[in-house]
Design a protein around this ligand. Sequence first.
Ligand code: APR
Length: 237
Amino acid sequence: MSRYNSIVILTGAGLSAESGLHTFRDKDGIWAKYDYREVATPEGYKRNPKLVLQFYNERRKQNADVQPNAAHLALARLEAEYPGGVLIVTQNIDPLHEMAGSKKLVHMHGEIMKALCAACATRHALHDDITLKSVCPSCGRTGVLRPDVVWFGELPYEMERIYRAILGCDLFISIGTSGTVYPAAGFVEEALRVGAHTVELNLEPSHGISRFIDAIHGPATEVVPAYVERLLKRARS
Ligand code: APR
């Protein structure tokens, strides 16, 4: 194992599975129960905003009851102890990375514990349900708050910062993601293009497995702490 100067880590739903949150595409996943076109698109929201708000209100309650697992904690430790740069780019909307202590973090698909005002574009910390009667704390309008979540067909957040980090990294790690949703699924290609080492840590081979130089398959709470330990040991030697 080499010593790296700058590490970018992409995380997905599989990282939070052992904390008790469902993934999307596993057999008991969220998209096995819900039609993403109805609950996770701007068109679905326009057609039936009540249904969409209820869907995310349910998920917000689930997210409020879970704790970071050993994989989240290992990544926070890596950020704190690794001598080089470490940036986490998460597709997850849960607050578990922050709860584990990670600070260098981009939520490219938004955050479930925040509301976004569709009228004045301000964001607000949120613990309660959003309804069509909710009032924006900034502009005072009613019925304009939506979950601060990026829906299919919308642009993910902070893409310039993400690409800058990938183009400057020498190690790209992908954890707990199926590699089916773009632009995240294309990040490994960008990392390879700049000569970075690419590693997949996942329960099973993802759709993008062929683009990873290395891969370790198993539950995140086992493979991530072990891999972080190796990185830190190598950095100290
Ligand atoms: N440890 C490691 N990996 C796991 C675990 C686990 N305990 N459990 C499941 N996985 C892996 C699965 O094998 C799968 O490859 O996590 C991956 C989860 O894939 P998805 O459910 O497709 O989730 P993700 O890749 O994060 O989805 C991407 O799609 O639905 C949209 O916006 C949503 O951010 C999400 C995006």
